[in-house]
Design a protein around this ligand. Structure first.
Ligand SMILES: Cc1cc2nc3c(=O)[nH]c(=O)nc-3n(C[C@H](O)[C@H](O)[C@H](O)COP(=O)(O)OP(=O)(O)OC[C@H]3O[C@@H](n4cnc5c(N)ncnc54)[C@H](O)[C@@H]3O)c2cc1C
Length: 482
């Protein structure tokens, strides 16, 4: 039996399914006592109890994972969702990223699961006044949506485990067999027939040995991150009545920043917030930091810096800007907003031309339309969305196809990825990373997983026409499939 990854034995109620081969260099290193090797601790072979098993195991409970778990369960699969944080929603709830984009600027082209979430959201989701003329169509209350996501998944029969992290992927004979999770009571195994990696960072796929890209071609930098925040006790009327003060404060911020006395900020956003405050639900998106989101120590430092930066902005505004005198930070992102990390290599790779030329694909799961919205990997706060150049976005009223091939891979037929870790270039990811687009992938892959299991075939071999017909029945907008 050929096995990979660490030397664990998975002990299940029905029996174990294989001791894994020792790491190639492990035996040579055991000449020294365990734990005394420089820079390394050798883990002795041990049994890992099976925590749970299911048909479909979804790792990561962000918008992509929620959609995948919900749709797989709706189509009859027994589904488990594993999430490291205490609540579901990923960036949407825990980083306060609370706008959904569903329109190609003429009509709504993302419907399906997204529309169900909008409707289930009730008073926690609000359609914007200029719908559908702008891509941004709905804002939502991140706190309320945590509860809505719980309810949706519970109603669909998904078994949810929060507070545990998927740390190892067990691969045997070219199939994913289990993920190992770290829990408060030690390491455990979760077994499944199909695994969907919705961790945003592609942890499960990378741990299973799938190849991935990281960062832009020129220097390996990933998109800048952002600490989102919400303010209370501001006076909107006073703010709107003082446009000249808004300009003065904005100029002061730039001057202080250029002198090194004030943090970076997203200029276009800051200027607009000073002129007219955000709609009640919408978070402030102006606080950039940059670095490697897969380096825990760096991420810790950057998250702390983000919090500091937010208070620097607020302190200056309290001193300088009418309407902000009493402003306080009501909420900071529980986590830093991460836009990009691993991009797992798939059967297909979405690229910038496919996005801007609105390319249609035979294995389409749905539509996307957002621009190539790159936040400067250096953390200056510059973003291409402020430029709104025609070549960064499909034309008004047009959209591109999000294909299944960016979620599947050539090595492991029972492992798919959804969300911001799919196969795309750095540029194309800057479009398809939107939550609404991630939910299109989640719905498509979750449905495909359930249908493929029922048919007894691999996901890549399932009849794409049948999958697309099912998605349409479930409300997905899917037009012009070649
Ligand atoms: C500041 C900012 C502003 C943005 N603005 C918008 C916007 O206006 N509109 C929009 O639609 N999109 C926006 N985006 C993009 C969008 O929010 C993300 O790309 C999207 O949320 C990605 O969804 P996801 O489900 O793939 O990943 P995530 O939302 O990151 O969810 C991944 C989930 O997996 C969990 N997880 C990670 N690793 C593990 C593990 N090993 N084991 C178990 N669980 C794990 C995480 O805790 C998380 O809950 C923005 C992003 C940022 C950062």
């Amino acid at each position: 039996m050929k096995t990979t990854r660490r030397n664990f034995i998975l002990a299940a109620a029905k029996g174990s399914f294989g001791a894994l081969a020792a790491l190639p260099d492990a035996s040579a290193q055991t000449a020294q006592p365990i734990g005394k090797q420089p820079g390394m601790v050798i883990i002795p072979e041990h049994k890992v109890p099976v925590l749970a098993e299911a048909d479909v195991v979804v790792c990561g409970g962000g918008t992509a994972g929620i959609a995948a778990a919900y749709c797989a369960a709706k189509h009859g699969a027994k589904v488990l969702l594993l999430e490291r944080w205490p609540s579901l929603g990923g960036m949407a709830t825990n980083a306060l990223v609370n706008i959904w984009h569903t329109s190609d600027r003429k009509k709504q082209v993302i419907v399906g699961f997204v529309q169900e979430a909008i409707e289930r959201g009730g008073r926690f989701v609000r359609r914007m006044a200029d719908f559908p003329r702008r891509p941004e169509t709905h804002e939502f209350d991140s706190t309320g949506m945590r509860m809505i996501f719980d309810r949706m998944l519970q109603d669909a029969g998904v078994r949810i485990f929060c507070n545990l992290t998927a740390v190892e992927s067990i691969v045997e004979e070219g199939q994913m067999r289990a993920v190992l999770v770290d829990t408060k009571t030690g390491r455990k195994a979760v077994r499944g027939k199909i695994f969907i990696d919705a961790t945003g960072d592609g942890d499960v796929a990378a741990n299973a040995g799938l190849p991935f890209a990281f960062g832009r071609a020129s220097d390996g930098g990933v998109q800048g991150m952002t600490m989102m925040f919400r303010l209370r006790d501001i006076d909107p009327d006073l703010i709107k009545a003082h446009p000249e003060d808004a300009e003065r404060v904005f100029t002061l911020m730039k001057k202080l920043r250029d002198e090194g006395k004030f943090p970076q900020f997203l200029e276009a956003a800051a200027r607009s917030y000073l002129r007219s405050p955000r709609a009640p639900m919408v978070s402030y998106n102006m606080c950039p930091v940059a670095g490697n989101p897969l380096d825990e120590e760096e991420l810790t430092r950057l998250t702390a810096r983000g919090r500091e930066q937010v208070y620097r902005y607020v302190n200056l505004w309290r001193e300088q800007m009418p309407g902000f005198e009493e402003a306080e930070v009501e909420q900071l992102g529980f986590a830093l907003g991460v836009r990009e990390s691993r991009r797992i290599r798939g059967l297909k790779t979405l690229d910038a031309q496919m996005v801007v030329k609105a390319v249609k694909q035979p294995d389409a799961l749905g539509h996307g339309f957002w621009m190539i919205d790159i936040h400067d990997p250096k953390g200056t706060g510059h973003t291409t969305w402020v430029e709104q150049k025609a070549e960064t976005m499909p034309p008004v009223g047009e959209s591109y196809h999000i294909p299944l091939g960016i979620c599947l891979n050539a090595q492991l037929p029972n492992l798919a990825v959804v969300g911001r870790c799919i196969s795309a270039t750095h540029e194309a990811l800057a479009s398809v990373r939107l939550q609404s687009h991630c939910m299109v992938m989640g719905q498509g892959v979750g449905t495909c997983a359930a249908l493929a299991l029922a048919a007894g075939v691999d996901m890549a071999k399932f009849d794409i026409g049948k999958l697309q017909a099912t998605l349409r029945q479930d409300g997905v907008y899917l037009e012009n499939v070649p």
